[in-house]
Design a protein around this ligand. Structure first.
Ligand SMILES: [Zn+2]
Length: 150
């Protein structure tokens, strides 16, 4: 084999290593153990305890792990369920998975960018005209105000 082919292989290998460093594992490295318990291990924070449960300011909610924008404040509503509730996501930001962990089917929602666990989505409760409730753990989110405080 010609040496140039080996160079090509080495470049390919280093490229894949770079991609490897940007995967979800790295997004999750900076999280503390409470955050990891929900975002990585798909736990649930206690109801009515989360930072954003009663939070209604103008802005957007981003993924705690990878900073991807997930929800806008105009989709947030008071559901009294104990967790932040949204009736719509930013298009493409959230991915749905089937979850049978509790013995019945729920739809788990994850950040589309890093795969971090957000919560579950419920339909048909008639709480808003969109008839959808994204039940999201506060700890999975970071709020960014529309007009940053100076
Ligand atoms: Zn994310």
């Amino acid at each position: 084999m010609k040496p140039i082919f080996f160079h090509f292989l080495i470049i390919l290998f280093s490229l894949s290593t770079c991609f490897g460093q940007n995967t979800e594992v790295n997004y999750f490295k900076k999280l503390n153990s409470k955050e990891k318990n929900v975002i990585v291990n798909k736990g649930t924070e206690y109801p009515f305890t989360g930072e954003y449960n009663k939070h209604f300011e103008l802005g957007s909610y981003h993924c705690k792990a990878c900073d991807s924008p997930l929800y806008r404040s105009n989709s947030k509503f008071e559901s009294n369920c104990g967790w932040p509730s949204f009736d719509d996501e930013i298009k493409g930001a959230v991915t749905r998975h089937s979850d049978n962990k509790l013995g019945y089917n729920r739809i788990e929602i994850c950040c589309s960018k890093c795969g971090g666990h957000l919560g579950h989505v419920f339909k048909g409760e008639k709480l808003t005209p969109k008839n959808v409730r994204h039940c999201v753990n506060s700890i999975s989110l970071v709020f960014k105000p529309l007009v940053p405080n100076k």
